[in-house]
Design a protein around this ligand. Structure first.
Ligand SMILES: [Zn+2]
Ligand SMILES: [Zn+2]
Length: 145
């Protein structure tokens, strides 16, 4: 990556933090820039990636940052049954595919079921999501040898 590209990614992360009224700190910038890469990452992978640049950083600190990012709508969280939740930069709404063998998550463009008009009396429905479960190409290749 060129020096200019890195600088503009940093500016973008600074702007994102300012837009939601969060104080700009080195660790926050680092986490946002890692997520800007477009991956779905859990707390441990985020901590490991950020540590390479920042030196000391606890997963507890990353967890706290993510909580602020979630509260301000900067990131979204995807719960993976059987694996730690993953986080990504909040972008256009989308659904996910989950590999049940390795936990890999990928974005899927597909229609989400609409809010039911009957059948949930008294409920307040916040949203819905579709999760396509199966095996990713890598896991399929290793199973089939
Ligand atoms: Zn897999
Ligand atoms: Zn996603």
């Amino acid at each position: 990556m060129t020096r200019e590209a890195v600088a503009s990614e940093r500016d973008e992360a600074i702007q994102r933090l300012r837009d939601v009224g969060l104080r700009v700190t080195g660790p926050r910038l680092e986490i946002l820039q890692i997520l800007a890469g477009g991956e779905h990452l859990d707390v441990e992978s985020l901590t490991a990636a950020a540590r390479e640049r920042l030196g000391t950083l606890t997963s507890q600190a990353v967890y706290e940052m993510l909580r602020h990012f979630l509260d301000t709508g900067l990131v979204t969280k995807f719960d993976r049954p059987g694996w730690p939740a993953v986080f990504e930069i909040a972008d256009a709404p989308h659904n996910h595919a989950l590999c049940i063998s390795c936990g890999r998550v990928e974005n899927v463009e597909s229609t989400t079921p609409r809010k039911p008009t009957t059948g949930l009396p008294g409920w307040h429905v916040d949203g819905s999501e579709v999760v396509f479960k199966g095996q990713c190409p890598d896991c399929r290749a290793s199973i089939e040898g």
